[in-house]
Design a protein around this ligand. Structure first.
Ligand SMILES: [Zn+2]
Length: 260
C-alpha cells in the first residue's frame, strides 16, 4: 500500500513538461500513490504512455486520439494501431477521446464525431472503458452517450457540465472525474456538483501538467497533488480522507478492470 492510497486517474506524464525530472517524480509517485493512468492524445503520446506503463508497476496507459488532435488522422489505419495496444495488459482504457468545440482550429464537428464513434466502437470490441473529454460540447456528448449508456463504461474527466447533466450521467452508470478546478475560488459550481455526486461515481485526477490545484496555482501540476483534490472532496462530503481514498480506489478498479 502506498502512503496516500489514492490513484491519479488522469495525468499526462508523457509531455515535455516532465522531461527534466520525470525519473525523480516517478520515484516519489511510486511511494505515495497507488497508481497513475496516463491517457494518450495521439500516436506519439499514446506510445509514450504504454512505454511508461511497461517500465513502472504503478503506471497504466490509456490510448487514443484527443478531439483536439483528430485533425492529424490521415485515414482509418490509426484504428489498427489502437487495436494492437488495446490487448496490452497495461492499457486500461481508450482515451482520452471526445468532443472539443472550444478551440476554433479543431477538426470540424462531423470529423470529431466520426473519430469518437470509431474509437468508442473499438473500445466496445475490446471490452475497455473510455476516458471522455468534453469541452463546450455538452449537447452532442449527451446525445451520443444516451445511445451508448448500456454499451460502454466511461469516466467524464475534469467534469465541466451542469448538475442536471451530472444527474443523467450518474443514472446511466457513468463516473465523473474531478481535479484541481474543485479547489479554485471561482469554481463554486464544480464544488456544488462534487458535493452532489454519490461517492460510488467519483474519480480523482490532476490532468497534470495542467489545472494545478490551490495552493500551487501558477506552478506545473503533478500527480502528487491528487492528495489536495481528494482532501477537498472529503471535506465537501464530510468524510475522512481515508474513507474517500478507499472508495475512490475501489471505483478506479471497478471502472478500469486491468488496474491492479
Ligand atoms: Zn487530459
Amino acid at each position: 500500500m502506498s502512503r496516500l492510497g489514492i490513484f491519479d486517474t488522469h495525468a499526462h506524464l508523457d509531455t515535455p513538461h516532465f522531461d527534466e525530472d520525470r525519473g525523480v517524480l516517478l520515484a516519489q509517485i511510486g511511494e505515495d500513490l497507488e497508481g497513475v493512468i496516463n491517457p494518450g492524445c495521439d500516436e506519439i503520446s499514446s506510445r509514450f504512455a504504454v512505454e511508461l506503463a511497461e517500465k513502472h508497476d504503478f503506471m497504466y496507459a490509456a490510448v487514443g486520439w484527443h478531439p483536439g488532435d483528430v485533425k492529424g488522422i490521415k485515414d482509418d489505419s490509426y484504428l489498427e494501431q489502437l487495436a494492437k495496444w488495446a490487448v496490452h495488459p497495461k492499457v486500461v482504457a481508450i482515451g482520452e477521446i471526445g468532443l472539443d468545440y472550444y478551440w476554433k482550429d479543431n477538426a470540424p464537428r462531423d470529423v470529431q464525431l466520426l473519430r469518437l464513434r470509431q474509437q468508442v466502437d473499438l473500445a466496445k470490441e475490446y471490452n475497455l472503458p473510455i476516458i471522455v473529454h468534453d469541452r463546450e460540447a455538452h449537447g452532442d456528448i449527451m446525445d451520443f452517450f444516451r445511445e451508448e449508456q448500456d454499451k460502454v463504461k466511461a469516466v467524464f474527466h475534469c467534469y465541466s457540465g451542469s448538475l442536471e447533466m451530472a444527474k443523467e450521467l450518474i443514472k446511466w452508470g457513468y463516473y465523473l472525474g474531478f481535479g484541481g478546478t474543485a479547489t479554485y475560488k471561482t469554481a463554486e459550481k464544480v464544488r456544488e456538483i462534487l458535493a452532489y455526486v454519490p461517492v460510488e461515481h467519483l474519480l480523482f485526477e490532476t490532468d497534470a501538467p495542467y489545472l494545478t490545484p490551490v495552493p500551487h496555482r501558477g506552478k506545473r501540476n503533478n500527480p502528487l497533488y491528487t492528495e489536495l483534490v481528494v482532501q477537498k472532496a472529503a471535506e465537501l462530503k464530510g468524510i475522512s480522507f481515508e474513507e474517500m481514498a478507499v472508495q475512490s480506489t475501489k471505483n478506479t478498479k471497478e471502472l478500469f478492470k486491468k488496474v491492479k
